[in-house]
Design a protein around this ligand. Structure first.
Ligand code: ZN
Length: 305
């Protein structure tokens, strides 16, 4: 693994919270992404453990999924002068705090409302120390996502556009909006940037970008070949996220939660129309259990890993 330069710290989190990148010099300290809201205290402790008495000056979000900006509100309360920059696409919904438009309702997730100072859009840069960090549009997983590249050291903050093994659920596809082409275009952009080290939104940092791109493209080809495969993946990711959040839940409560999450309703209606909703949820849980992601007993679904 290539070392990160001084002033760049990568916090690898569990899967409920996105990873965070802290970039600092003597005057500024910028945190890219802030994790899920239930981990906000942990996020702030990690930041403080590196900054000591230096204040955090800005937050930049790669996109507005709840696991990437859930700590914004808490950090804003801790650092009153904190500036917060988000990608432009959903800025109006942040200003009016519209949890439906920000898809927190449809995913059955929560994000405490926060304010934003401005947007950080494709081509925008911030300078810290002597290094420029530049935003690139990276639609696919989320239509408004950006990735952030620092050319000098070849560091890419890839959010959920590229992980060591794959990439995040392609959310527009859940709503029937084609977005696999955008995933591919974003992978092409990453390939052209030739990063030396990738700091992904989830999972470990990695240097083998070539290998990751090959795996991501093959995953994409599988999804292109079977929309159902992607739908099942998406449904399982949403269920697993809930399990990571609550750790243990009665099966009936999980079903009640799932039926309140519009995306799960939509996936069920589109891809499993004939099954009963609760049976469909149970089958997905069984598949998660088979992959070692949960345990099912007579009453409870219990998170593992
Ligand atoms: Zn995401």
């Amino acid at each position: 693994m290539n070392e990160l330069p001084n002033g760049v710290t990568f916090f690898e989190r569990g899967w409920l919270s996105s990873n965070n990148v802290l970039i600092q010099d003597a005057d500024q300290a910028v945190l890219v992404d802030t994790g899920y809201w239930t981990h906000a205290i942990q996020t702030s402790s990690l930041v403080a453990s590196v900054l000591n008495d230096q204040p955090l000056t800005a937050v930049v979000n790669t996109h507005l999924h709840s696991d990437h900006c859930g700590g914004n509100a808490y950090l804003q309360s801790l650092y009153p002068s904190l500036r917060t920059y988000i990608p432009p696409g959903l800025a109006a919904f942040v200003d009016d705090w519209d949890a439906d438009a920000l898809i927190y309702t449809a995913t059955g997730q929560h994000c405490p409302s926060f304010s934003r100072t401005g947007v950080f859009a494709d081509g925008d840069t911030f300078l810290i120390g002597n290094s420029n960090w530049r935003a690139y549009s990276a639609p696919g997983h989320d239509p408004h996502s950006i990735v952030i590249f620092q050319e000098e050291d070849g560091i890419l903050i890839s959010a959920d556009a590229l992980w060591e093994n794959g990439f995040g659920v392609v959310f527009p596809e859940i709503e029937g909006v084609d977005a696999f082409d955008e995933v591919e275009a974003t992978l092409e952009i990453i390939q052209q940037l030739k990063p030396k080290i990738v700091l992904p939104g989830h999972g470990a940092a990695f240097n083998d970008v070539k290998g990751a791109l090959i795996r991501a493209k093959s995953r994409l080809a599988q999804f292109r070949g079977s929309a159902e495969k992607h739908a099942t993946y998406a449904a399982k990711v949403l269920l697993k996220f809930k399990l990571l959040d609550v750790q243990k839940i009665k099966y009936l409560d999980l079903c009640a939660w799932a039926s309140s999450a519009g995306y799960l309703q939509l996936l069920k209606k589109t891809y499993a129309n004939k099954s009963e909703f609760d049976v469909w949820v149970f089958e997905l849980c069984k598949s998660l259990e088979k992959n070692g992601a949960c345990l099912i007993d007579s009453q409870y679904i219990i998170n593992i890993n």
